[in-house]
Design a protein around this ligand. Structure first.
Ligand SMILES: *Cc1c(COP(=O)(O)O)cnc(C)c1O
Length: 353
Protein backbone atom coordinates (compact mmCIF):
# COMPACT_ATOMS: atom_id res chain seq x y z
CA UNK A 1 0.00 0.00 0.00
CA UNK A 2 1.47 3.39 -0.91
CA UNK A 3 1.97 5.72 1.99
CA UNK A 4 -0.67 8.25 0.96
CA UNK A 5 -3.66 6.02 0.31
CA UNK A 6 -6.66 6.02 2.62
CA UNK A 7 -8.21 2.84 3.92
CA UNK A 8 -10.89 1.64 6.30
CA UNK A 9 -9.44 -0.28 9.20
CA UNK A 10 -11.87 -2.80 10.71
CA UNK A 11 -11.30 -3.76 14.31
CA UNK A 12 -12.14 -7.44 14.74
CA UNK A 13 -11.73 -6.93 18.47
CA UNK A 14 -14.40 -4.22 18.65
CA UNK A 15 -16.77 -6.15 16.38
CA UNK A 16 -16.60 -9.25 18.58
CA UNK A 17 -16.71 -7.10 21.71
CA UNK A 18 -19.99 -5.55 20.53
CA UNK A 19 -21.65 -8.89 19.81
CA UNK A 20 -20.47 -10.42 23.06
CA UNK A 21 -21.62 -7.34 24.93
CA UNK A 22 -25.15 -7.60 23.48
CA UNK A 23 -25.27 -11.34 24.09
CA UNK A 24 -24.25 -11.00 27.70
CA UNK A 25 -26.40 -8.01 28.47
CA UNK A 26 -29.59 -9.52 27.03
CA UNK A 27 -28.86 -13.25 27.32
CA UNK A 28 -29.95 -13.90 23.71
CA UNK A 29 -28.16 -14.84 20.51
CA UNK A 30 -27.38 -12.12 17.99
CA UNK A 31 -28.34 -12.46 14.33
CA UNK A 32 -25.92 -9.99 12.72
CA UNK A 33 -27.35 -7.90 9.88
CA UNK A 34 -24.64 -7.56 7.21
CA UNK A 35 -26.68 -6.11 4.32
CA UNK A 36 -25.45 -3.14 2.28
CA UNK A 37 -21.84 -4.34 2.30
CA UNK A 38 -22.08 -4.82 6.08
CA UNK A 39 -23.21 -1.21 6.42
CA UNK A 40 -20.17 -0.26 4.33
CA UNK A 41 -17.62 -2.12 6.46
CA UNK A 42 -17.07 -4.81 3.78
CA UNK A 43 -19.43 -7.78 3.74
CA UNK A 44 -16.86 -10.53 3.14
CA UNK A 45 -14.45 -9.18 5.67
CA UNK A 46 -17.12 -8.86 8.36
CA UNK A 47 -18.66 -12.27 7.58
CA UNK A 48 -15.32 -14.10 7.67
CA UNK A 49 -14.31 -12.33 10.90
CA UNK A 50 -17.60 -13.34 12.52
CA UNK A 51 -17.39 -16.88 11.18
CA UNK A 52 -13.86 -17.33 12.50
CA UNK A 53 -15.13 -16.34 15.95
CA UNK A 54 -17.93 -18.87 15.86
CA UNK A 55 -20.78 -16.66 14.62
CA UNK A 56 -22.15 -18.50 11.60
CA UNK A 57 -25.66 -17.06 11.20
CA UNK A 58 -26.10 -13.84 9.22
CA UNK A 59 -28.88 -11.85 7.63
CA UNK A 60 -28.95 -9.73 4.47
CA UNK A 61 -31.62 -7.85 2.53
CA UNK A 62 -31.11 -9.31 -0.96
CA UNK A 63 -30.27 -12.65 -2.48
CA UNK A 64 -27.28 -11.25 -4.40
CA UNK A 65 -25.65 -10.37 -1.07
CA UNK A 66 -25.97 -13.99 0.07
CA UNK A 67 -24.73 -15.32 -3.28
CA UNK A 68 -21.63 -13.16 -3.01
CA UNK A 69 -20.83 -14.63 0.40
CA UNK A 70 -21.36 -18.21 -0.72
CA UNK A 71 -18.64 -17.82 -3.36
CA UNK A 72 -16.24 -17.81 -0.42
CA UNK A 73 -15.42 -21.43 0.41
CA UNK A 74 -14.45 -20.52 3.98
CA UNK A 75 -18.09 -19.68 4.72
CA UNK A 76 -19.42 -23.06 3.59
CA UNK A 77 -21.32 -23.90 6.75
CA UNK A 78 -22.97 -20.54 7.41
CA UNK A 79 -26.70 -19.79 7.36
CA UNK A 80 -27.81 -16.57 5.67
CA UNK A 81 -31.33 -15.27 6.07
CA UNK A 82 -32.50 -13.16 3.09
CA UNK A 83 -35.22 -10.63 3.99
CA UNK A 84 -36.51 -9.79 0.52
CA UNK A 85 -38.66 -12.02 -1.67
CA UNK A 86 -36.65 -14.25 -3.97
CA UNK A 87 -37.35 -14.59 -7.67
CA UNK A 88 -38.67 -18.00 -8.76
CA UNK A 89 -35.81 -18.41 -11.21
CA UNK A 90 -33.53 -19.01 -8.19
CA UNK A 91 -35.67 -21.68 -6.53
CA UNK A 92 -33.71 -24.64 -7.90
CA UNK A 93 -30.44 -23.03 -6.80
CA UNK A 94 -31.83 -22.51 -3.32
CA UNK A 95 -33.00 -26.11 -3.04
CA UNK A 96 -29.37 -27.16 -3.51
CA UNK A 97 -27.87 -24.61 -1.11
CA UNK A 98 -29.14 -25.04 2.41
CA UNK A 99 -26.98 -22.15 3.62
CA UNK A 100 -29.63 -19.84 2.20
CA UNK A 101 -32.72 -19.21 4.31
CA UNK A 102 -35.54 -17.48 2.43
CA UNK A 103 -38.35 -15.33 3.76
CA UNK A 104 -42.01 -15.99 3.00
CA UNK A 105 -43.29 -12.42 2.75
CA UNK A 106 -46.91 -13.49 2.22
CA UNK A 107 -49.05 -16.60 2.62
CA UNK A 108 -49.10 -16.99 -1.17
CA UNK A 109 -45.29 -16.88 -1.23
CA UNK A 110 -45.10 -19.57 1.44
CA UNK A 111 -47.33 -21.89 -0.59
CA UNK A 112 -45.31 -21.18 -3.71
CA UNK A 113 -42.02 -21.99 -1.97
CA UNK A 114 -43.39 -25.22 -0.50
CA UNK A 115 -45.05 -26.22 -3.80
CA UNK A 116 -41.70 -25.76 -5.53
CA UNK A 117 -40.05 -28.21 -3.17
CA UNK A 118 -38.18 -25.80 -0.92
CA UNK A 119 -37.96 -27.32 2.55
CA UNK A 120 -39.73 -25.39 5.31
CA UNK A 121 -36.48 -25.78 7.29
CA UNK A 122 -35.09 -23.30 4.76
CA UNK A 123 -37.95 -20.82 5.24
CA UNK A 124 -38.65 -18.11 7.78
CA UNK A 125 -42.12 -16.57 8.03
CA UNK A 126 -42.31 -12.80 8.15
CA UNK A 127 -45.39 -11.41 9.89
CA UNK A 128 -46.70 -8.00 8.80
CA UNK A 129 -48.37 -5.60 11.23
CA UNK A 130 -50.03 -3.35 8.71
CA UNK A 131 -47.09 -1.23 7.65
CA UNK A 132 -47.83 -2.33 4.11
CA UNK A 133 -44.22 -3.22 3.48
CA UNK A 134 -44.09 -6.97 3.41
CA UNK A 135 -44.98 -9.93 5.53
CA UNK A 136 -47.84 -12.34 6.05
CA UNK A 137 -50.97 -10.37 6.89
CA UNK A 138 -52.93 -10.86 10.10
CA UNK A 139 -55.99 -11.80 8.00
CA UNK A 140 -54.12 -14.89 6.82
CA UNK A 141 -53.05 -16.20 10.23
CA UNK A 142 -55.92 -18.71 10.61
CA UNK A 143 -55.31 -20.06 7.10
CA UNK A 144 -51.61 -20.20 7.87
CA UNK A 145 -52.19 -22.19 11.04
CA UNK A 146 -54.24 -24.91 9.34
CA UNK A 147 -51.74 -25.03 6.44
CA UNK A 148 -48.86 -25.56 8.86
CA UNK A 149 -50.75 -28.20 10.83
CA UNK A 150 -51.99 -30.08 7.74
CA UNK A 151 -48.55 -30.23 6.19
CA UNK A 152 -46.83 -30.73 9.52
CA UNK A 153 -44.27 -28.01 8.74
CA UNK A 154 -41.33 -26.94 10.86
CA UNK A 155 -39.51 -23.77 9.98
CA UNK A 156 -36.10 -22.18 10.21
CA UNK A 157 -37.84 -19.29 11.94
CA UNK A 158 -40.45 -16.60 12.26
CA UNK A 159 -39.90 -12.86 12.54
CA UNK A 160 -41.36 -9.41 12.26
CA UNK A 161 -39.99 -5.87 12.22
CA UNK A 162 -40.62 -2.81 14.36
CA UNK A 163 -40.62 0.19 12.08
CA UNK A 164 -40.37 3.68 13.54
CA UNK A 165 -43.16 3.34 16.02
CA UNK A 166 -43.64 5.18 19.28
CA UNK A 167 -42.74 3.38 22.48
CA UNK A 168 -46.19 2.05 23.39
CA UNK A 169 -47.02 1.01 19.85
CA UNK A 170 -43.78 -0.98 19.67
CA UNK A 171 -44.62 -2.71 22.92
CA UNK A 172 -48.04 -3.69 21.55
CA UNK A 173 -46.50 -5.08 18.37
CA UNK A 174 -44.10 -7.22 20.37
CA UNK A 175 -47.02 -8.57 22.42
CA UNK A 176 -49.07 -9.25 19.28
CA UNK A 177 -46.15 -11.00 17.64
CA UNK A 178 -45.68 -13.12 20.75
CA UNK A 179 -49.37 -14.15 20.64
CA UNK A 180 -49.06 -15.16 16.99
CA UNK A 181 -45.94 -17.22 17.67
CA UNK A 182 -47.65 -19.04 20.54
CA UNK A 183 -50.79 -19.57 18.43
CA UNK A 184 -48.80 -21.08 15.55
CA UNK A 185 -46.68 -23.15 17.93
CA UNK A 186 -43.39 -21.84 19.29
CA UNK A 187 -41.73 -25.25 18.91
CA UNK A 188 -42.19 -25.12 15.13
CA UNK A 189 -39.60 -22.34 14.79
CA UNK A 190 -35.87 -22.63 15.39
CA UNK A 191 -35.42 -18.87 15.38
CA UNK A 192 -37.85 -16.23 16.69
CA UNK A 193 -36.94 -12.56 16.39
CA UNK A 194 -38.51 -9.11 16.07
CA UNK A 195 -36.14 -6.48 17.44
CA UNK A 196 -33.54 -4.49 15.55
CA UNK A 197 -30.89 -2.52 17.49
CA UNK A 198 -33.08 0.28 18.81
CA UNK A 199 -35.85 -2.23 19.51
CA UNK A 200 -33.42 -4.07 21.78
CA UNK A 201 -32.44 -0.86 23.55
CA UNK A 202 -36.09 0.12 24.08
CA UNK A 203 -37.64 -3.17 25.11
CA UNK A 204 -34.80 -5.43 26.20
CA UNK A 205 -34.94 -9.13 25.38
CA UNK A 206 -38.30 -10.90 25.41
CA UNK A 207 -38.65 -14.38 26.86
CA UNK A 208 -40.23 -15.89 23.75
CA UNK A 209 -37.61 -14.76 21.29
CA UNK A 210 -34.34 -16.51 20.49
CA UNK A 211 -32.39 -13.82 18.63
CA UNK A 212 -31.80 -10.09 18.43
CA UNK A 213 -31.50 -8.97 14.80
CA UNK A 214 -28.93 -6.24 15.07
CA UNK A 215 -27.21 -4.08 12.48
CA UNK A 216 -26.01 -0.72 13.75
CA UNK A 217 -25.09 -1.91 17.26
CA UNK A 218 -22.74 -4.66 16.12
CA UNK A 219 -20.76 -1.97 14.26
CA UNK A 220 -20.88 0.33 17.28
CA UNK A 221 -23.00 2.87 15.42
CA UNK A 222 -25.36 4.83 17.64
CA UNK A 223 -27.42 7.93 17.02
CA UNK A 224 -27.18 10.56 19.71
CA UNK A 225 -29.58 9.81 22.50
CA UNK A 226 -29.30 6.04 22.07
CA UNK A 227 -26.30 5.23 24.12
CA UNK A 228 -24.81 1.92 25.11
CA UNK A 229 -21.46 2.44 26.84
CA UNK A 230 -20.27 -1.06 25.96
CA UNK A 231 -20.39 -0.62 22.17
CA UNK A 232 -17.31 0.49 20.26
CA UNK A 233 -16.93 1.91 16.75
CA UNK A 234 -15.64 -0.88 14.51
CA UNK A 235 -14.17 1.14 11.63
CA UNK A 236 -11.60 3.86 11.31
CA UNK A 237 -11.13 5.77 8.08
CA UNK A 238 -7.41 6.46 8.06
CA UNK A 239 -4.66 7.78 5.88
CA UNK A 240 -1.64 10.04 5.79
CA UNK A 241 -0.86 13.65 5.05
CA UNK A 242 0.20 13.86 1.40
CA UNK A 243 1.49 17.43 1.51
CA UNK A 244 1.59 20.65 3.51
CA UNK A 245 1.60 24.05 1.87
CA UNK A 246 2.01 27.56 3.27
CA UNK A 247 -1.20 29.44 2.58
CA UNK A 248 0.61 32.68 1.67
CA UNK A 249 2.07 31.00 -1.40
CA UNK A 250 -1.19 29.85 -2.93
CA UNK A 251 -3.94 31.93 -4.40
CA UNK A 252 -6.50 29.19 -4.77
CA UNK A 253 -7.40 26.18 -2.71
CA UNK A 254 -8.45 23.57 -5.25
CA UNK A 255 -11.10 25.49 -7.25
CA UNK A 256 -12.02 27.91 -4.48
CA UNK A 257 -10.44 31.34 -4.28
CA UNK A 258 -8.75 31.82 -0.95
CA UNK A 259 -10.91 34.84 -0.22
CA UNK A 260 -13.98 32.65 -0.29
CA UNK A 261 -12.77 30.26 2.35
CA UNK A 262 -14.72 30.77 5.52
CA UNK A 263 -11.82 30.79 7.93
CA UNK A 264 -8.46 32.53 7.71
CA UNK A 265 -6.97 31.80 11.10
CA UNK A 266 -4.76 29.00 9.87
CA UNK A 267 -1.37 29.04 8.33
CA UNK A 268 -0.98 25.84 6.38
CA UNK A 269 -3.09 23.87 4.00
CA UNK A 270 -2.83 20.14 4.45
CA UNK A 271 -3.64 17.91 1.49
CA UNK A 272 -4.91 14.36 1.82
CA UNK A 273 -5.71 11.93 -0.98
CA UNK A 274 -9.39 11.23 -0.58
CA UNK A 275 -12.28 13.07 -2.20
CA UNK A 276 -15.84 12.73 -3.37
CA UNK A 277 -14.64 10.28 -6.03
CA UNK A 278 -14.09 7.90 -3.13
CA UNK A 279 -17.55 8.57 -1.72
CA UNK A 280 -16.21 10.99 0.89
CA UNK A 281 -18.85 13.58 0.11
CA UNK A 282 -18.61 17.35 -0.17
CA UNK A 283 -20.96 17.73 2.80
CA UNK A 284 -17.87 16.95 4.90
CA UNK A 285 -16.55 20.43 4.17
CA UNK A 286 -16.43 22.33 7.48
CA UNK A 287 -16.49 19.12 9.51
CA UNK A 288 -13.56 17.96 11.61
CA UNK A 289 -10.79 15.40 11.31
CA UNK A 290 -7.93 14.35 13.55
CA UNK A 291 -4.23 14.70 12.82
CA UNK A 292 -1.71 13.71 15.52
CA UNK A 293 -4.52 13.54 18.09
CA UNK A 294 -5.58 17.16 17.44
CA UNK A 295 -8.78 18.31 15.74
CA UNK A 296 -8.63 20.25 12.45
CA UNK A 297 -11.22 21.64 10.07
CA UNK A 298 -11.84 20.33 6.57
CA UNK A 299 -11.88 23.29 4.18
CA UNK A 300 -12.49 22.08 0.69
CA UNK A 301 -12.74 18.96 -1.43
CA UNK A 302 -12.29 17.75 -4.98
CA UNK A 303 -12.76 14.41 -6.72
CA UNK A 304 -9.44 13.04 -5.43
CA UNK A 305 -8.25 15.37 -2.68
CA UNK A 306 -9.34 17.05 0.51
CA UNK A 307 -7.77 20.17 2.01
CA UNK A 308 -7.54 20.80 5.72
CA UNK A 309 -6.74 23.96 7.72
CA UNK A 310 -3.48 23.00 9.37
CA UNK A 311 -0.78 24.38 11.61
CA UNK A 312 3.01 24.23 11.94
CA UNK A 313 2.98 20.93 13.82
CA UNK A 314 1.81 18.89 10.81
CA UNK A 315 4.21 17.21 8.42
CA UNK A 316 3.91 14.97 5.40
CA UNK A 317 3.23 11.36 6.41
CA UNK A 318 1.39 12.19 9.65
CA UNK A 319 -1.67 10.06 10.35
CA UNK A 320 -5.11 11.47 9.55
CA UNK A 321 -8.36 10.07 10.93
CA UNK A 322 -11.66 10.97 9.25
CA UNK A 323 -15.03 10.47 10.95
CA UNK A 324 -13.28 10.11 14.33
CA UNK A 325 -16.61 9.88 16.13
CA UNK A 326 -19.26 8.67 13.72
CA UNK A 327 -22.02 9.04 16.28
CA UNK A 328 -21.73 12.84 15.98
CA UNK A 329 -22.10 12.76 12.21
CA UNK A 330 -25.54 14.33 12.07
CA UNK A 331 -24.35 17.47 13.86
CA UNK A 332 -21.41 17.90 11.52
CA UNK A 333 -22.80 16.94 8.12
CA UNK A 334 -26.54 16.18 8.43
CA UNK A 335 -25.82 12.67 7.22
CA UNK A 336 -27.40 9.66 8.90
CA UNK A 337 -24.87 7.33 10.57
CA UNK A 338 -25.98 4.45 8.36
CA UNK A 339 -25.35 6.22 5.06
CA UNK A 340 -21.76 7.33 5.68
CA UNK A 341 -19.79 4.12 5.12
CA UNK A 342 -21.90 2.48 2.38
CA UNK A 343 -21.07 5.58 0.31
CA UNK A 344 -17.32 4.98 0.60
CA UNK A 345 -16.60 2.98 -2.54
CA UNK A 346 -14.00 0.37 -3.41
CA UNK A 347 -11.30 2.93 -4.21
CA UNK A 348 -10.90 2.73 -0.42
CA UNK A 349 -9.70 -0.66 0.74
CA UNK A 350 -11.20 -2.34 3.82
CA UNK A 351 -8.51 -3.94 5.97
CA UNK A 352 -8.97 -6.19 8.99
CA UNK A 353 -6.88 -5.40 12.05
C1 LIG B 1 -31.75 -3.45 8.35
C2 LIG B 1 -32.61 -4.33 9.12
C3 LIG B 1 -32.33 -4.62 10.47
C4 LIG B 1 -31.19 -4.00 11.24
O1 LIG B 1 -31.58 -2.77 11.81
P1 LIG B 1 -30.59 -1.94 12.73
O2 LIG B 1 -31.36 -0.74 13.06
O3 LIG B 1 -29.37 -1.64 11.92
O4 LIG B 1 -30.28 -2.80 13.92
C5 LIG B 1 -33.13 -5.56 11.12
N1 LIG B 1 -34.17 -6.13 10.47
C6 LIG B 1 -34.48 -5.86 9.19
C7 LIG B 1 -35.65 -6.54 8.56
C8 LIG B 1 -33.73 -4.94 8.47
O5 LIG B 1 -34.03 -4.67 7.19
Amino acid sequence: MEITSFYIEISEKNLINNINYLKEKYKKSVLPVIKANAYGHGIELIATALYKNGYKEFSVARLNEALKLLKNKELKKCKILVFETIDESYFSYIKNHDSIIVTANSFRELKNLVDNGISSKQIQLKIDFGFGRNGIELLDILKLKSYIVNKNLEFSGIYSHLYATDFNEGKELIDKFSEIVLFLGKEKFQMIHIQNSVGILFYGAQDFMTHMRSGIFIYGLQEEGFFHEGLKQVFQLKGKVAGVRDIEESKYLAYTSKEDLSNHDYKNIVKIKIGYGDGFLKCNENSMCIINKKTYKILSMTMDNTFIAGDDSISEGDEVILYPDINLIRNNTEMHICEVLPLINDRIERVLK
